[in-house]
Write a protein that binds this ligand. Structure first.
Ligand SMILES: [Zn+2]
Length: 144
């Protein structure tokens, strides 16, 4: 059921908006039956069918999120593991990143552009793989 409020054109109702991805105030613009109500979002002006604020749309969004999770590549999963470690890391222990330094796995670094990062892998003498909040990056080391 929609609500106990009387449905009439021009009335304001709370409804889910696909564009705003949440419940916003909508104005009823057309009514065919209780199930077929067209509303206009006051936040983004999009016209769509009425979706109850706690209704199907949210479930659909949750499903989509789950589907995305399942499709993670092994590399993305690996990155996520490191991102988690990063969140638990103590920023005070991080050392400022410098190309001329040498690093070992698990070193916590502070980069002036990417922020806090953890050395995931030593790729070679000159290259390291570091995970930052925005993802995995290859950085240089031992440069003079
Ligand atoms: Zn909207």
């Amino acid at each position: 059921m929609l609500s106990k409020k009387k449905l009439e054109i021009g009335a304001e109702v709370e409804a889910l908006c696909n564009k705003c991805k949440g419940a916003t105030i909508h104005v009823i613009v057309a009514i065919k039956s209780e199930e077929m109500v067209r509303v206009m979002c006051k936040a983004c002006s999009s016209l769509h069918r009425f979706h109850p604020p706690d209704g199907k749309l949210m479930k659909k969004m949750v499903k989509l999120k789950k589907a995305k999770k399942a499709k993670l590549t092994p590399q993305a999963r690996e990155t996520r593991k490191w991102t988690k470690l990063l969140q638990q890391a103590d920023p005070e222990k991080a050392v400022v990143y410098s190309m001329s330094k040498a690093y070992v796995e698990n070193d916590l670094i502070q980069h002036d552009k990417f922020g806090l990062g953890i050395v995931v892998k030593i790729l070679d003498q000159r290259k390291i793989s570091v995970v930052f909040e925005e993802g995995l990056k290859n950085m240089v080391q031992n440069m003079n």
